[in-house]
Design a protein around this ligand. Sequence first.
Ligand code: 13P
Length: 262
Amino acid sequence: MVHTQQITNMRKKIIAANWKMNMTIGETESFLEDFRMEIEDVNGVEILIAPPFTSLAKLSELLGGSQKVRLGAQNMYFEAAGAYTGEISAAMLRELFVRYVILGHSERRQIFGESDALINKKVHAALTSELRPILCVGETLAERDAGKEKEVLETQLKGSLAGITAEQMLDTVVAYEPVWAIGTGRNASPEQAQDAHAHVRAVLTSLTNAETADKVRIQYGGSVKPANATVLLGQPDIDGALVGGASMEPRSFAEIVKAAAK
Ligand code: 13P
């Protein structure tokens, strides 16, 4: 037990902003100025901003290799280069010092029809290019109502992470985002979230081993805000948050980061 506790404590919390299709370059600049002041005294939390592709270069320049706030992308394609109109490669992201890439977000799955098989190719391509995937999984309301949430999580994890080695798993973050909690103002209760996170970790154990799964960070996403961040982040298997709406306002995102630093 003591051993498990020690490993658990090694998981540094990771708080990520997913701005989705919001925030112009100008808005990004003013956000960063205010946000940096808000988090000046915060330490011990990994902070990440995933803006739209169009703001990545500017944000990269403004961050200037900052260790405090890191850069993430919201998507990428698995091919290295070529005739893929509208897509972005891992190398293009690496050139801008992007560290993380969100893959398999439920909006990509639902609106753009991404399958676990496609997401799996992207996960492999990201890892090969030394980008850390933030793999999103989560059930819909209908799936939860049918009592199928665990089954859905298992299918998504097994499909999206097929062929990943234990070593690669350590470079991967998983985000549990129940679809019914995204942008709805209705977050999962701390118990529901903890239960799902423990299940995700159990599936990761079956895919790798217990020691590896114990080290993987699992973020919760879905209507995270300053008012619920502390209790959600206080759950034993919740290692961070992937924040949409509340991440676009410097103070509210900073409050969530501070909740993780507690
Ligand atoms: P909200 O925080 O707006 O619910 O969005 C969550 C999300 O989808 C983050 O990826």
